[in-house]
Write a protein that binds this ligand. Structure first.
Ligand code: CA
Length: 594
């Protein structure tokens, strides 16, 4: 038995409450090392005749694996909402070991009493099923298919508010970093029917507060809608009309930094160390200065901390209680007064945990089911313990999917290992709320990444829509828009009928409908994988109760015969599937009701 590979941690994603009365346990071992694992558990206070009673004996299920590890999982309940638990591990030769809070012990008849090493004190503990600490996944979040809007480029609903020098709305234009086209909130309101038709039920808007740039990540006034986008009445109308159509609204909170045109930073420029905002920032010496370069967003020598090297985005000192109160008052205002449903947090991992915990408390006191989404590009466990974010933008997941399907850099088994590694970092409910995306305003558009191969894009969307997390579509992807890294990925939306890709639209609409129809299975169902590295085939099966959804993707170069696999299945969606053959870049999705 490879003891070095064995890992379990109480009160973590390895031992957590899934529902109020169901505890889920996980343990990691070396791959192909063990035959079985049994959880033995009992109420810590259940002593009879001087002997601690172990009332639970549950065989764990072998679930996901990586190239080196195997994960095992079990579900437990406890009549008194508390448990002691330990693991009996049996290797392939039949040798057994007990694994508990104090490490490994041999399993012998004498060790099974309370004086032995398997006594009550050597068990892991779930001291109490704390409902308040439970990471909760509200139903609405699991049911959402998101659509990301970059408001300056989505639609121009009224031309009177256009910035001076706005360019004509041409969908195939290549914007530069400082272009304006006149997009606004009215444009979004005017197109609510577009989302309803497509099946979208969540809109994520990049920043809409007053700011000089087209992207508005350099906030000047967090309490005002940018006047090029409209006003508060427009925003209220958008939220109300969206809600009336079952569409949720998420705004972008840029709290890591503020814009240099803000009154706070302007006061620092004017009064230096005597400014009442001097401690709102991370300033090394006064007066504040930097040397401009040809690139508006770069300086090498600012004497204050900024977002990246952008002199126009001084970083806020969120350890200062005044700053904390200010930022929370902003989020409170928009959440309470306008009834928004979520906050996407810009550069979330560069803001301190203390602040985000306060932020979550403040937001959930207004709306217990609010979605708090961190922008974090890597694994993000420490923000996903239930007291900070609901989820993060799942770029770590995206990267693995792109490397496999679009860049052809990995084999099917490698993709599975990478995705399983990500999934095992989180509690099941966290995985169900993850914000899965293929592209955004910060990444090249997925069709461009796939070198304009629409079939590969369809494979990737289908693959993503079958994962636990909530899928997101970046505006214009439904019409197969292209674009390199920003600003090229922020082209004006295609509204000219003849330029819209009707095939991609119908495909995504069908996929969104599949997600809605089988949301429970896709969100909560178990996951298993099938891989064929030689032929470039990857398959996954999601199952909940009697319903199975299975899919196979062909990334190889030859036809793949599935006649033996799916002879009895009800095929509900397919591309390049004929006579039970999946062609290269094709896939098949089936629903099987047992
Ligand atoms: Ca406008």
């Amino acid at each position: 038995m490879n003891k070095a590979a064995i890992y379990h941690r109480p009160d973590s994603e390895y031992a957590y409450l899934y529902t109020a009365h169901e505890m889920r346990l996980r343990i990691r071992t070396a791959k192909d090392d063990l035959q079985s694992i049994t959880v033995i558990a009992g109420d810590p206070y259940d002593w009879q005749n001087g002997s601690w009673q172990k009332s639970i004996d549950t065989v764990m299920t072998k679930t996901l694996a990586t190239d080196i590890h195997q994960y095992w999982e079990a579900s437990l309940t406890a009549p008194f909402n508390r448990l002691n638990y330990g693991f009996i591990m049996t290797d392939t030769t039949g040798q057994q070991l007990f694994y508990g809070d104090q490490g490994f012990e041999s399993v012998t008849p004498s060790s099974n009493d309370n004086n032995g090493l398997m006594g009550a004190s050597n068990y892991f503990k779930m001291p109490y099923f704390q409902e308040i600490d439970r990471f909760k996944a509200p139903e609405w979040i699991k049911q959402t298919v998101w659509y990301q809007i970059f408001p300056e480029r989505f639609a121009n609903g009224e031309t009177q508010n256009d910035p001076n020098g706005s360019l004509p709305w041409q969908a195939d234009d290549h914007p530069s970093a400082d272009s304006f086209y006149g997009g606004d909130l009215r444009g979004i309101i005017n197109h609510l029917d577009h989302f309803i038709q497509l099946g979208i039920n969540g809109l994520y808007l990049t920043p809409i507060f007053k700011a000089p740039t087209n992207h508005k990540y350099d906030t000047q006034d967090y309490f005002e809608i940018d006047l090029h986008f409209g006003n508060k009445e427009d925003f209220k109308e958008l939220v109300e009309k969206a809600h009336a159509s079952g569409i949720r609204i998420m705004l972008d909170a840029v709290f890591n930094h503020i814009g240099d045109q803000s009154p706070q930073w302007q006061d620092v420029i004017a009064h230096g160390r005597h400014s009442k905002y001097a401690d709102w920032f991370h300033i090394r010496d006064f007066p504040v200065h930097y040397t401009p370069t040809d690139n508006f967003e770069f300086t090498a020598d600012a004497n204050y901390d900024t977002f990246a090297f952008t002199p126009h985005m001084p970083k806020l000192n969120t350890a200062n209680p005044e700053v904390q109160n200010y930022l929370i008052s902003i989020a409170t205002y928009w959440t309470k007064e306008f009834g928004i449903d979520g906050w996407r947090l810009d550069v979330a991992n560069e803001v301190d945990h203390h602040f985000w915990k306060k932020f979550r408390d403040a937001m959930t006191s207004i709306n217990p089911e609010i979605y708090i989404l961190g922008e974090i590009w890597t694994s993000a466990q420490s923000w996903l313990q239930g007291d900070e974010f609901s989820a993060v933008m799942n770029y770590a997941f995206t990267g693995s999917i792109i490397d496999f399907f679009a860049k052809r850099q990995t084999k099917p088994s490698q993709l599975v290992h990478k995705l399983n590694t990500q999934l095992m970092l989180n509690r099941d409910q966290t995985n169900q709320m993850m914000f899965n995306l293929l592209d955004s305003h910060d990444a090249p558009r997925i069709l461009t990444v796939a070198q304009n191969n629409k079939n590969i894009v369809k494979q990737m969307y289908t693959f993503m829509f079958l994962q636990q997390g909530t899928p997101d579509i970046y505006y214009g992807s439904e019409y197969a828009m292209t674009g390199q890294q920003d600003p090229d990925n922020r082209k004006p939306m295609i509204w000219q009928k003849e330029k819209q890709d009707e095939d991609m639209y119908q495909f995504l609409k069908q996929l969104i409908q599949l997600r809605h129809n089988y949301q429970n299975v896709l969100s909560e169902g178990t996951l298993s994988w099938q891989t064929d590295d030689e032929n470039g085939i990857i398959g996954l099966t999601r199952q909940l109760n009697e319903t199975q959804i299975a899919a196979l993707f062909n990334t190889g170069t030859t036809n793949y015969d599935v006649s033996s696999t799916y002879h009895s299945a009800k095929i509900i969606a397919h591309e390049f599937y004929a006579n039970q053959i999946i062609q290269p870049n094709g896939f098949i999705v089936t629903v099987i009701n047992q």
